[in-house]
Write a protein of this length. Sequence first.
Length: 158
Amino acid sequence: MTKRSIKQSLQFFSMLVIILSTEAQAQDTWYFNPEFKIGYAFGQNGGVIGGIEVSLTHLPKSGILLTGACVSVEKFNSTLLIHFGFEAATIVGASIGPTMMISEENRSFGFTATVWGGFVILPYFRYSSFSTGSDIYEAGTFLKAPITLSGPGFNSDQ
């Protein structure tokens, strides 16, 4: 490489650094996240569990911690679960909040905690405890499709 091509490469790299750190990249970002879920609930009344979840999340311009709220509806066997939660994530995330379990026999209220990792495909583990004394342990995968509502996006053309 010649001195001139090295100088041009450094100028190009410097220009990219300046462009990528402009005001557009320093804005807060909001995401709408539709998700599909497939998993398995362990235990005597367990089975395959599937559902949908939507979340609204916020990434501050510091870019350290994504926070938000989620709502999910899930079904396994003849049981329906409706969950509302607060979530926080980096590469690993957690969600906690109240859950209602509706089955043919009864309705009960409880609390659910979920831990996951990843970005678009998110393996998870979830624990739910209900007022009837029922506990549900489950593991599976979320498939998330983040949609940028405001702020910089995931690719360079936004």
